[in-house]
Write a protein that binds this ligand. Structure first.
Ligand code: ATP
Ligand code: MG
Length: 361
């Protein structure tokens, strides 16, 4: 009997919800992203067998978010609150003995000079709730006599600045029966707290794969999690420190659309709908470039190895409006595509494009 007739509702209707819908089409799963911010008296036609998932870890209370989040088939209901607050997320790492940047809750008694003594001359404050793309972060610098802003007390944590070699992430899935599968580790470049580009898989990261999988398996098991989860890490020598978790499909997994036989969106749908799941096969090594604050440029479509995903959002500075994935069939093709992008893209993309070329030099 087919389980694929029931609908999947998504709390949120941004690009992740759109990509979940797109992935549902070949499986004949109707995926309905919901804009929870629209004030309405409407009652959503949620069926008893429908499944509810979320494209975001935190949401305001609204008529629509309440309908979705109170449905009995809302998958991972108890996980979101725990992971949406950086304080309880970091506490989970400590409970599970998972390495993470040393941290502390900023409360009424937190003394800034004690923070500099403990963590060093530069410490990073992060809002407990709602931060993304580097928003909701604040560097306290001793040299500038940085003080804790009053409205950050009790609303933020402080972290030691990690002098990492690079950033990687692991995207994995857990089924309702507790089986876990993972994509290869992804190398990520962030600029001003926002993901600019990802590369995967990379042979040189394979030595870290089992360490990363063990960490994410422990986390997903402890939460009895179902579906795709992403774990962002700092690499310090041969050790991974977990930076943060996303209980959902993740930007650093977008390369799987072009590079694997089953992308992260389909993997998530299969897991939450209890459809068969197996280890996703990697077809191509890929480079994913986020399109941030750029107008759509049809010249990108002339690149022989590029796949464009445009989100159809209004273009604003610093806003993710699409991504371009270059699959790597041969090194020369990659180099010439990246060189073309260097000409077509503005100055703030040049470090990212140089970083890509460096990785393959
Ligand atoms: P996201 O959009 O992934 O949700 P975010 O804004 O919620 O991001 P983080 O992922 O915690 O926040 O941080 C964004 C980036 O800031 C990291 O990818 C990293 O480059 C840098 N960063 C975060 N924490 C630290 C740290 N403790 N030390 C040094 N750099 C850090
Ligand atoms: Mg992050």
């Amino acid at each position: 009997m087919s389980k694929s007739k029931r609908k999947v509702w998504v709390l949120g209707n941004g690009q992740l919800g759109a990509m979940l819908s797109y992935a549902g089409q070949p499986l004949a799963i109707e995926v309905c992203p919901v804009d929870i911010m629209v004030p309405t008296d409407k009652i959503l036609p949620l069926g008893v067998h429908d499944i509810i998932t979320a494209e975001r870890e935190q949401w305001p209370v609204s008529s629509l978010s309440l309908q979705l989040s109170s449905h009995p088939n809302f998958v991972n209901r108890s996980v979101f609150g725990r992971l949406a607050d950086r304080c309880s997320q970091k506490s989970l790492f400590d409970e599970l003995n998972i390495a993470t940047a040393p941290w502390k809750l900023v409360d009424d008694n937190t003394d800034v000079s004690a923070l500099y003594d403990k963590y060093g001359k530069r410490v990073l404050m992060k809002r407990r709730i709602g931060g993304y793309d580097g928003k909701g972060q604040y560097w306290l610098k001793q040299a500038l006599d940085g003080q804790i802003p009053a409205d950050w007390r009790n609303e933020s944590i402080v972290e030691q600045a990690i002098n990492f070699a690079e950033e990687v992430s692991l995207v994995g899935v857990r089924t309702r029966h507790g089986q876990c599968f993972f994509y290869p580790l992804t190398l990520n470049l962030h600029q001003d707290g926002i993901l600019m580009a990802s590369i995967a898989p990379l042979e040189r990261l394979s030595a870290l794969q089992s360490q990363a999988e063990a960490m994410l398996t422990t986390i997903m098991e402890s939460l009895d999690y179902v579906g795709v989860m992403a774990m962002e890490c700092f690499r310090v020598g041969n050790q991974l420190l977990v930076n943060e978790l996303a209980p959902r499909v993740h930007n650093s997994g977008h390369w799987t659309q072009a590079g694997t036989h089953m992308d992260q969106f389909q993997l998530h749908l299969r897991a939450i709908c209890e459809l068969p799941i197996m280890h996703p096969q990697v077809n191509f090594q890929c480079v994913m470039v986020n399109l941030i604050g750029l107008e759509k440029d049809d010249r990108w479509l002339s690149l022989p190895n590029a796949e464009l995903f445009w989100y159809n959002k209004e273009v604003r500075p610093g806003r993710k409006v699409g991504h371009l994935t270059l699959s790597i069939h041969d090194g020369h093709m990659l180099e010439s595509s990246v060189n073309a992008l260097k000409v077509w893209m503005p100055a703030h993309y040049q470090p990212t494009l140089a970083w890509i070329l460096d990785e393959f030099a």
